[in-house]
Design a protein around this ligand. Sequence first.
Ligand code: PMP
Ligand code: GLU
Length: 402
Amino acid sequence: MSTVTKSILADRILNMQESATIAMAQMARDLKEKGHDVISLSLGEPDFDTPDHIKEAAAQALKDGFTKYTPVPGLPELRQAIVDKFKRDNNLDFTPANIVVSNGAKQCIANLAMSLLNEGDEAIILGPYWVSYYEIVRLGGGTPVIVSAGIENDYKINPDDLRAAITPKTKFVLFSSPCNPTGSVYSHEELKAIADIVAEHEDLYIISDEIYEYINFVGKHVSIGSFENVKDRTITVNGFAKGFSMTGWRLGYMGAPLQIAKACAKIQGQFTSGATAFGQKAAAHALNSDLAPTWAMRDAFQKRRDIVIEKLREIPGFGVNNPQGAFYVFPDISAYFGKSDGEVTINNSSDFAQYLLLNAHVAVVGGGAFGADNCFRLSYAASEELLIEAIRRIKEAVAKLA
Ligand code: PMP
Ligand code: GLU
């Protein structure tokens, strides 16, 4: 019998929330293993396989002996491909020295938080926001300050709210566009307004997470780092997970001012070193190749988006936004708060997600983890057939709430 009564764990982990997306995906897997027919729309992961030409490039790299450590910030060949991509797609001017390749965009953001934040510094996160931003900022010793918008504003912040949230302690503004969890895309003008506010403050940086760049239904992606007044203060984060359907390859990258890129490589050199060698070879090939498979996936997501929002709008009490990118929809379901099926009462978004999991066998993620407790996130990275069936079940389950 153990005599240990106190936890051996550090405060840093005891004070940290588990990733809600990953926790929900695991709950769905557990329920499936028990034999339930669960439709999991919880995890943000494209359901397509990685395009063959990328897999073949990795296989070739393995045969060619790319099985060793790489330079910490990435193979020169991949960093050059990223420089070319940033110029071609985003009108961003970097050299290979500005690029750091990491084990996923998630590690890029963690490297940045560790490199930029001192204890007590503030990081403004535009909400609704991706779950991990909040905890990564806290791990870096920073204080997350949320500037948020609701469905009535298409989940895009009012620039005056951003201006009001900036203090002398603010280190950076962090957001994703196209946005996880809302699918909202900030327009050229909206990004310009954010850039103009940041530019008013010396030493304030922007971390622009553009991992959904290629899944955009409204036209050309705009990188905030391409605006002249913030180009030297923007760190652009991107990755291979979404646009190339390479979630399991764990490959992300950033383009950053030299001082910051060096700091991120330094911390990565102590934590994990360079990303997988043969994966990096394949990633360079992906960026240098025709993007036709990526556009085909984007078109499939757009078709699903149309189906999903049409069906969700048929459900009474659902406020359904019109996502313009990524593969998420973020309905407002606060109309169901206080309602009950006779056994459980729905008081918040995690009650709602839990209710759907147990009663509809559909896994979604409560909006609370994204800073919007009146919503839930549904990932439509699943077949049309599964999506239609999932929404039918959701409709049936919520009809029992009164
Ligand atoms: N940023 C956003 C907005 C995301 O949705 C995700 C989820 N994959 C990431 C970063 C992390 O991506 P990666 O899998 O490359 O670590
Ligand atoms: N980013 C995806 C999501 O939001 C994958 C899971 C994760 O890394 O959080 O679901």
